[in-house]
Design a protein around this ligand. Structure first.
Ligand code: NAD
Ligand code: TYD
Length: 374
């Protein structure tokens, strides 16, 4: 039995990871640590929490005392750090919080892991650690900056972050590498492209567009909609993290992506097409639409798209070269974009209670602030 400390377990990717691990293995125990910020919702994982194989603790990754006690009380073998402030637009509004959580929080976890796992000192002066332990940092392709029309990010691409979010994630990655090089802490890092799938917080592009279609609200596309993101189905990301933690070489970095690059405008049009198809095939779903818009669905189309003021410092293109994780670990994405986006649209149409539960007043205020008059 291995015990994992899964931070950010009530967020989008963390919650999918919890479900993936519990569904796949009988011999893991998960200690889920989450501060339940605006982005964390306990309802997403409460069916998984049983107090034995899956334990939930509300708290801050930056709280050293708490993290020390969890490491000790549960005899944690593996830390997987998902916890972060994750939204670029919010980082433009309030960079400080991103330093606090993403940089200082990560360094606190590293320090606590080092303290909990150190067994002594080797002849070379470096600390030694007990067998089978691993600190895994969930990072992002955004640390590499922006690509032009050609080329891909490899693990050797120099870090060149542009937003406060990506600068904080890059800094955290440097600290993880520093603990590897200075203290020989067994670490790994995955840098993946944009995830999509169930439990994605409504502030992000795909769920935001879906939600606005259902309310017949304008679909805000930043700039000209030509920016490109490389989309990865969240379960494929969870599989990659699991493989890297189990079999990835300590100290290594792995890029995770499935060559699914799309311009934002193409994503928006795809969602429009799929929502309309679902509404045509399953008329009972039309109750999700405004009452006066359920008969004739021709309004679900291009006319809803509004081009709005661009994001400051908006990276043009992300594209991952996943060759290393394919060659070293045999990882490949199982869900192609067409299948994944269809599943995702269907999930959102049939889980409105989840969307309502996470879109409280705070989120409504954020939306107004961010989009009104843009
Ligand atoms: P998310 O915003 O949906 O979830 C983040 C979770 O962390 C929330 O549950 C929140 O409550 C929790 N949290 C925030 N601050 C905390 C703190 N101080 N202590 C404990 N918990 C805290 O984010 P996500 O999309 O699930 O992303 C997870 C990780 O993956 C992040 O590190 C992010 O940088 C990285 N990542 C995400 C994507 C993506 O497309 N979503 C892509 C690449 C990398
Ligand atoms: P987002 O989902 O915020 O992820 P990230 O910024 O981490 O890539 O945005 C994805 C892309 O969609 C990005 O290029 C910004 C763009 N975008 C819009 O055009 N409109 C929106 O309302 C949002 C939230 C994002």
């Amino acid at each position: 039995m291995k015990t994992y400390l899964v931070t950010g377990a009530a967020g989008f990717i963390g919650s999918n990871f919890v479900k993936y691990m519990l569904g796949r293995y009988d011999d893991v125990r998960l200690v889920c640590l989450d501060l339940l910020t605006y982005a964390g919702y306990l309802g997403t994982i409460d069916e998984n929490i049983d107090g034995e194989r899956c334990i939930f603790v509300r708290g801050d990754i930056g709280d050293r005392k708490l993290v020390d006690s969890l490491m000790k009380d549960y005899d944690v073998d593996v830390v997987v750090n998902f916890a972060a402030e994750s939204h670029v637009d919010r980082s433009i509004e309030n960079p400080q919080l991103f330093l606090q959580t993403n940089i200082l929080g990560t360094q606190t976890l590293l320090e606590a892991a080092k303290a909990a796992w150190q067994t002594g000192k080797g002849a070379d002066g470096f600390p030694t650690y007990r067998d089978g332990v691993r600190y895994h940092q969930v990072s992002t392709d955004e640390v590499y900056g922006s690509l032009g029309k050609e080329g891909y990010f490899t693990e050797n691409t120099p870090l060149d972050p542009h937003s406060p979010y990506s600068a904080s994630k890059a800094s955290a990655d440097h600290f993880v590498a520093a603990y590897r090089d200075t203290y020989h802490l067994p670490v790994s890092i995955t840098r993946c492209s944009n995830n999509y799938g169930p439990y994605h917080f409504p502030e992000k592009l795909i769920p935001l567009i879906l939600g606005n279609i259902l309310k017949a609200k304008p679909l805000p596309v930043y700039g000209k909609g030509e920016n490109i993101r490389d989309w990865l189905y969240v379960e494929d990301h969870c599989k990659a993290i699991d493989m890297v933690v189990r079999n990835g070489k300590p100290g290594n970095i792995y890029n995770v992506g499935g060559h699914n690059e799309r311009q934002n405008i193409v994503i928006v049009r795809t969602i429009l097409t799929l929502v309309r198809e679902e509404m045509e095939q399953n008329p009972e779903l039309r109750t999700l639409l405004p009452a006066d818009k359920r008969e004739d669905l021709s309004w679900i189309g291009e006319g809803l798209i509004t081009y709005v003021t661009d994001r400051l410092g908006h990276d043009l293109r992300y594209g991952i070269d996943p060759q290393k994780i394919k060659d070293d670990l045999g990882w490949y994405p199982e869900t192609d974009f067409e299948t994944g986006i269809r599943k995702t649209v269907h999930w959102y149409l049939t889980h409105r209670e989840w969307v309502e539960a996470v879109s409280g007043d705070d989120y409504q205020q954020y939306y107004e602030r961010m989009y009104a008059g843009r």
